[in-house]
Design a binder for this molecule. Structure first.
Ligand code: PLP
Length: 360
């Protein structure tokens, strides 16, 4: 074989993508991915271990995760045929775009979660960025216009929005869904922490899709479980495109058990919100920091310094957060609310970095 170059076989758009990677550095204070900071509760782990024994791991899992959907049906109050489970909500974003997005446009309210963009490109769809206002609220008029276009296939907005943390009220989303001819996807990855869910709108707006995950409030990021709620006819189309056995048996079991113990997670959520208030107060005390108020389990902030340098300074001190510097988020960083001691170490390290850089 001479001069084999796989890049020549690719679509141009794929060639320009970067592989998704995240640092795995043991021993760091990890505040970069908005996970639940607490240990997975012992009682829930014990229940999982007990029930694991009876699982038949040598057989394929239920491709439709029926038992989990049944539990999710009572949790959400929606019929099971309005629900679909996935290998994290990331997978469901891709499935939505492969099913409905290819060849069309994908309006996205930005700045926001990067996967709407990446999966659009992978699916051969064209993302169209609709800027949020300076306070990060959604420009509902512009989103509605984009959603009316005959090219539009799937429109994305996230509430509470990652990484800005602010919410979009259901009335605003109803206004967009009511005039759009495309699917309107509302990513509620952080809804357990704040904001009002759009699930009650499902009945009135057949083009509405609500995305949820077990990775944030429910502490299951490592097992990859997400789900979406949509009109049954939308679900039936998605089922044709999704991987047959997208959700493994162990993850299906774990998610069912988590729902059974959801009171424990509700307590953790309240504790995380209390820790967020403390963290906000401590951040406000630091020189030159501007905070953006939000409803999720993370905090967006800006420093007067280069975000990359602040990020590196923290990393040198054993703290991993997220540099989200990008158009509309110049100089911004995002930190997850950790356990109290983790937050203390983060504040101490940030104070040190700011002191070293000097107040400007
Ligand atoms: C973390 C996150 C997800 C991904 O969740 P998974 O279920 O772990 O794939 C989806 N949307 C947003 C906005 C997120 O922040």
């Amino acid at each position: 074989m001479t001069n084999f170059n796989p890049a020549e076989l690719l679509r141009d758009e794929i060639r320009t993508l970067d592989a998704y990677d995240a640092p795995v550095i043991p021993g760091l204070v990890k505040l970069d991915a908005n996970e639940n900071p607490f240990d997975f509760p012992g009682i829930v782990k014990d229940a999982l271990a007990r029930e694991m024994v009876d699982q038949i791991y040598s057989r394929y899992p239920d491709p439709m995760a029926r038992e989990l959907l049944c539990e999710l049906s009572s949790y959400t109050g929606l019929p099971a045929d309005c629900l679909l489970a996935g290998n994290g909500s990331d997978e469901l974003i891709l499935t939505l775009l492969l099913t409905f997005g290819s060849g069309g446009t994908i309006p996205v309210a930005v700045p926001t979660f990067s996967m709407y963009f990446v999966h659009s490109v992978v699916a051969g769809a064209r993302p169209v960025f609709i800027p949020r206002r300076p306070d990060f609220s959604v420009d509902a008029g512009a989103m509605a216009e984009a959603g009316k276009s005959s090219e539009a296939r799937v429109l994305f907005l996230c509430t509470p929005n990652n990484p800005t943390g602010n919410i979009t009220p259901p009335e605003v989303i109803a206004g967009i869904a009511g005039v759009s001819r495309c699917l309107v996807v509302v990513d509620e990855a952080y809804i357990e922490f704040g904001g009002e869910s759009c699930l009650p709108l499902m009945e009135k707006y057949p083009n509405l899709v609500v995305l949820r995950t077990f990775s944030k409030a429910f502490g299951l990021a490592g097992l990859r479980v997400g789900y979406l709620a949509a009109n049954p006819e939308v679900i039936n189309q998605l089922k044709k495109v999704k991987n047959p056995y997208n959700l493994n048996a162990h993850s299906q079991l774990a998610a069912k058990i988590v729902l059974r113990y959801r009171d424990i997670f509700s307590r953790q959520i309240r504790e995380i919100l209390n820790l967020k208030q403390e963290l906000q107060k401590d951040l406000e005390q630091l020189p030159g920091i501007r905070l953006y108020p939000g409803e999720a389990n993370f905090i967006l902030f800006r420093t007067p310094h280069d975000a990359g340098e602040v990020f590196e300074g923290l990393l040198e001190r054993g703290i991993l957060i997220r540099n989200v510097h990008s158009p509309g988020l110049e100089g911004c960083l995002r930190t997850t609310v950790g356990q109290r001691e983790e937050n203390r170490l983060f504040i101490k390290a940030l104070a040190d970095v700011l002191k070293q850089k000097g107040v400007s």
